[in-house]
Write a protein that binds this ligand. Structure first.
Ligand SMILES: *Cc1c(COP(=O)(O)O)cnc(C)c1O
Length: 313
């Protein structure tokens, strides 16, 4: 469990190391839907995603306890965030990625100063390898979402939303393992219980949606949604109870809706966001209550340029 106070402390800790991202709006899109839509723009965050918030909080705490080396198992945004912040703080980092990880992702991790370790093709194999490296080197493993320090770091987005738009009515948040939404929901609901917090998943990766319906953590088979940051197959052990308690609803969006939102934000707002972030915009456009102030948490903007044509509609 994390509290509002944990998130407020995290905010002080990480303030000088992460960007306070803007709330961008489009008059035209808002007018078309009869409400006001704002994007909490974590695609403009350092390393191109919100993952740097939780990673910075966790790595700072870890360094304070004397760690000099951190390990993560992710070729995506979390791996890049851990590599980046480790270098900023003068720590070594090793990032375990699948043997078939895209070269551009490996290069991004290396450019941020991380050592790339290729291992296996599935996530349990990589986690085991990361645990082994941690043991051999006295390094500390940095989990992607199921950790109180990570969740509190991600929750700082909720504090900023209220500081930037105190009369916000509805906030849409993408859901993978649930670190982002659990932190954001605690911050928003503790400060202002009337705010509606809505989680969004691709229909192809509906593990949290099903888990909420069943009342227990429920896994789905591996999935290939274009929202690659949301392919987790089961909600986190620590994140799920917070989702159950603080999130009003989980809604699903189709692959087509994700592409439409991606294309709309690119063409109208000139912003390059990634499909995992576009799900929040897609949900905000699909369920438009009139006259409300709506925030979509645009969680990141890391998308390989050669993938862009396949995302346009
Ligand atoms: C990791 C990630 C998510 C999902 O975050 P969780 O904490 O796993 O729910 C959403 N969007 C982007 C861009 C991500 O990198």
């Amino acid at each position: 469990m994390i509290s509002l106070n944990d998130i407020q402390k995290a905010q002080e800790w990480i303030a000088s190391l992460v960007v306070r991202t803007p709330l961008l709006t489009s008059q035209t899109i808002s007018a078309e839907h009869g409400n006001q839509l704002f994007l909490k723009s974590e695609h403009l965050q350092k390393t191109g995603s919100f993952k740097i918030r939780g990673a910075t909080h966790k790595v700072l705490l870890t360094a304070n306890e004397g760690a000099q080396h951190v390990v993560a198992a992710s070729s995506g945004n979390h791996g890049q965030a851990v590599a980046y912040i480790a270098r900023q703080l003068g720590l070594q980092s090793t990032i375990v990625v699948p043997e078939d990880a895209a070269l551009c992702k490996q290069a991004a991790i290396q450019a941020y100063g991380g050592k790339v370790e290729l291992f296996g093709t599935n996530s349990p194999e990589r986690l085991q390898r990361a645990a082994q490296i941690s043991e051999e080197n006295g390094a500390v493993f940095i989990p992607p979402y199921d950790d109180p320090a990570i969740m509190a770091g991600q929750g700082t987005i909720g504090l900023e939303i209220i500081e930037q738009l105190s009369d916000v009515d509805i906030v849409y948040v993408p859901v993978g393992g649930g670190g982002l939404i659990s932190g954001v929901a605690v911050a928003l609901k503790e400060l202002k219980p009337t705010i509606q917090v809505i989680g969004v998943e691709p229909a192809l990766a509906q593990d949290t949606y099903l888990s909420i319906q069943k009342g227990e953590r429920t896994s789905i088979p591996p999935t290939q949604t274009i929202a690659d940051g949301l392919r987790t197959s089961i909600p986190g052990e620590l994140t799920f109870p917070l989702v159950q308690r603080f999130v009003n609803d989980i809604v699903l969006v189709s692959e087509d809706q994700i592409k439409q939102a991606f294309s709309l934000v690119l063409s109208r707002m000139k912003q390059l966001i990634e499909p995992s972030a576009a799900v929040a915009v897609a949900a905000a456009l699909a369920h438009p209550p009139e006259g409300k102030r709506i925030v979509a948490v645009v969680s990141g903007g890391n998308v390989d340029l050669d993938r862009i044509p396949s995302l346009l509609v």
